[in-house]
Design a protein around this ligand. Structure first.
Ligand code: GUN
Length: 276
């Protein structure tokens, strides 16, 4: 950032939010807030749920062509009349700070470092490395096979490098004996989107538990009538796990940190290309 500032470059992140999904609105506001806090140019383009796919693609093209925009993020989920894969493929790969474009997914899979890593799985790796959790040779079990978390998480943990070298199992809704797998895990990553489904009895004593879930459940004891929770039942899991991430406040802030890191990298690469 300092080197970029000396060259007169301010990393720019444009976030696009279509429709009025309440959770997405909170995520997007946080992304913009933290981008500005670290001195980036962050703006959010809010479009109505009635926006057509063609209109959204036209906006992405405009952002692709804008030299002040280094990173583009289209918040998911999109309204059902818009195909997310078409939109993701439309974002210029060198501005795809989400790491969702097939070019960046491919680079991640083969271990090339000149693409962008998807923010949530990259944040999990960073958490493991910085917390001194040994991934080499560890049994890592991921619950969930989404394109955003489960699949890329497996790809990163299996790479032959620091924060990798794990033996990876990916579990999903068709897995037999799910908890047989979770009980074997040295590192258990829950990314399934089901409130508190993993409890202490499903966890190996001393395991590292990473909770990627973000669920809102009814809670009559709260003034709001609801609370946020993860895919892991924190109280029972905490008693068994060696290390565990809370929800909120665990993986979420790391995801945003990785997004900002990707945006700085995008700005650095653009600045090098145009000789700023
Ligand atoms: N929706 C939930 N997580 C994400 C994310 O990391 N990126 C985008 N674009 N949408 C999301």
């Amino acid at each position: 950032m300092i080197a970029l500032a000396a060259r007169g470059v301010v990393p720019g992140l444009s976030v696009v939010l279509v429709g009025d999904d309440a959770a997405s609105a909170v995520y997007v506001a946080n992304k913009e807030k933290f981008a500005r806090q670290v001195g980036m140019h962050g703006d959010t383009i809010r479009l109505p749920a009635s926006t057509t796919q063609a209109e959204l693609l036209a906006l992405v093209e405009q952002l692709n062509a804008d030299d002040a925009v280094h990173g583009i993020l289209v918040q998911m989920p999109l309204p059902s009349h818009i195909d997310p894969d078409v939109v993701i493929r439309h974002i210029a790969p060198h501005k795809d700070v989400d790491g969702f474009h097939p070019v960046n997914v491919g680079k991640m899979l083969i271990g090339h470092t000149d693409g962008f890593l998807p923010c949530t799985p990259a944040g999990v790796i960073e958490l493991l490395v910085r917390s001194g959790v040994e991934t080499r040779g560890a049994e890592a079990v991921i619950v969930g096979r989404s394109n955003i978390v489960g699949k890329p998480m497996a790809a990163l943990l299996v790479q032959a490098r620091a924060g990798g070298d794990a033996t990876v199992t990916v579990c999903h809704s068709r897995s037999r004996d799910l908890f047989e797998h979770t009980r074997r895990a040295d590192i258990l990553i829950a990314a399934v989107g089901r409130a508190e489904m993993i409890r202490g009895e499903h966890i190996k004593p001393g395991a590292t538990v990473i909770d990627v879930g973000m669920n809102r459940v009814a809670d009559a004891s709260r003034a709001s009538g609801s609370r946020l929770c993860g895919d892991v039942h924190f109280e029972s899991a905490e008693a068994v796990a060696g290390k565990i991430t809370p929800v909120p406040g665990g993986v979420g802030p790391m995801t945003i940190a990785m997004l900002l890191q990707n945006t700085v990298r995008a700005a650095e690469r653009t600045a090098s290309r145009i000789g700023a």
